[in-house]
Design a protein around this ligand. Structure first.
Ligand code: CS2
Length: 476
């Protein structure tokens, strides 16, 4: 079945029928959730094969189809690379080509879970409030058409089909880096369902389940050079491998309405409350990732490993953890935050992971609230200085202007990109005032805090005057 992929690699066998539909079949899920599920089935059985759905383009489907949906996951350790073949996918559907086929798959009686990695912007919500943005063009489309475009649209229409067929709902398992991601996706699904059919919303609210999760594994985008290196390593060409670091963590609220794979047997932490884990990971990992991405990019660093190899940045990130982020966190059960920070420093430094600052810099308007702005707001409310994170926000603004320190164009990827670029003015105070008027990004506590506006303006002035590296050095 896995034509072209060598049998001598370690295999995760599984021939079980599909019990999971996954929306957003990017590299992250294939290197994280899919592997946990495959291992859980290999260990404890169960019909948890996965049907992947690409919500945008056919590329992944077209590359995986000739391989019988199998692919190599290449672990990039500091001391070497270890491939394994993952055979848990049963099919890949491309939503824009055939949305009905996606709805049919999601409404199949064998499907018990619909998981998602559709990125922050895929939920069509307001990042600052967590509520559905009913004016989002895809949501407006999905309100009027039975064949949806958006992830919330697919969830609602598929749940409606199940109710109409007398089937129970599936569990909606959000695997994106959103705070309280289960509650957010439940909120957008119920908001949309209510606009379509209030009785459907009541049924979903009563019968459905939306466990929160914390997901973690660094998965840099696969490059053409990776394909060549892997082919040399294994002797076979895989057109759709994924690259990942050795570390992985998945913390899941144990609230499933129709069963689940035996995830606990393969190291998934099944807990009652994911919130402290989410805060730890979003603020300590993703918060510093974004800070290093904007400042590192402006300082001319291509990857996170390159950035933290620069001693000025290595000192800066440690100071962010120690002085600005950890003081605002409650440690989750069993976690030591100082040790977690040390482990992150080692993960960032892994030279085998070529994780581009440009890749992490994407979609800043969707990421900053949960990664950085919450820590800043809590720090300021507690009277704690947060100069490093404030500098990171200034760097985001500079990055979003679309020009780097040499005046060269930056390819800014963000749903708000044109709007952000237009906010850039010659006068830093006016630039800051413009950005702070973005209610969908900045919480009220920061929008209404003149002290924050002043600090941010000073940070931006320094950034423009001295450049990113010198500004970071001044904070070290
Ligand atoms: C990164 C994340 O691209 C980004 O925004 O911060 O993808 C990060 O690598 C993962 O969340 C790690 O678990």
């Amino acid at each position: 079945m896995e034509a072209g992929l060598p049998a001598r690699l370690t295999r995760i066998p599984s021939e079980a029928p599909a019990g999971i539909v996954h929306l957003g079949l990017g590299a992250f899920f294939r290197a994280h959730g899919a592997i946990f599920v495959a291992e859980a089935m290999a260990r404890s059985g169960g019909d948890w094969g996965i049907i992947g759905v690409s919500l945008q383009s056919p590329g992944t489907r077209d590359r995986l189809a000739p391989q019988g949906w199998a692919y190599t996951a290449l672990e990039l350790g500091p001391e070497g690379e270890t491939p394994q073949v993952v055979t848990v996918l049963r099919d890949v559907l491309v939503a824009p080509e055939d949305p009905q086929a996606v709805l049919d798959a999601m409404a199949a009686p064998s499907v018990k879970i619909v998981s998602l990695t559709v990125t922050e912007k895929g939920y069509c919500h307001e990042p600052a409030t967590g509520r559905l943005n009913a004016d989002h063009p895809d949501i407006r489309h999905d309100l009027d058409h039975p064949l949806p475009r958006s992830a919330p649209g697919f969830l609602v229409r598929a749940l409606a089909a199940r109710r109409d067929r007398g089937l129970p709902p599936f569990t909606v398992l959000c695997c994106d880096n959103l705070p309280e991601n289960g509650r957010v996706v439940r909120g957008v699904v119920l908001d949309l369902a209510r606009l379509i059919d209030p009785a459907l919303a009541d049924w979903i609210a009563a019968e459905g389940a939306f466990p929160a999760t914390m997901v973690d594994r660094i998965v840099p985008a696969t490059t053409p050079a990776d394909l060549d290196r892997l082919a040399a390593l294994t002797g076979t060409r895989d057109e759709a491998p994924v690259m990942h670091e050795p570390f992985r963590q998945w913390v899941v609220e144990d609230d499933f309405c129709a069963g689940r794979p035996d995830l606990g047997a393969v190291g998934v932490q099944l807990v009652k409350d994911v919130t402290p884990f989410e805060h730890m990971k979003l603020r300590m990992l993703n918060g510093t990732h974004s800070s290093l991405a904007y400042l590192g990019y402006l300082a001319g660093h291509e990857t996170i490993a390159d950035t933290v190899a620069d001693p000025v940045f290595a000192g800066f990130v440690r100071r962010l953890w120690r002085a600005e982020i950890i003081p605002a966190l409650t440690p989750p059960p069993g976690e030591d935050l100082a040790a977690y920070a040390e482990a992150l420093a080692a993960r960032y430094a892994n030279p085998a992971i070529r994780h581009r600052t440009w890749q992490i810099a994407m979609d800043g308007s969707q990421k900053l609230p949960q990664r950085i702005l919450g820590t800043i707001a809590e720090g300021r409310a507690a009277g704690r200085a947060v100069p490093g994170l404030t500098l990171a926000v200034a760097a985001w603004m500079r990055y979003a202007s679309g020009r780097d320190e040499d005046g060269a164009a930056i390819e800014v990827k963000d749903p708000l990109a044109p709007r952000l670029a237009a906010l850039w003015q010659d006068d830093p105070a006016r630039t800051v005032a413009g950005f702070l008027s973005l209610a969908q990004v900045f919480p009220a506590a920061l929008r209404d805090d003149p002290g924050f506006a002043a600090d941010l303006t000073a940070a931006l002035e320094g950034l423009i005057r001295d450049g990113a590296r010198a500004s970071v050095a001044a904070h070290g």
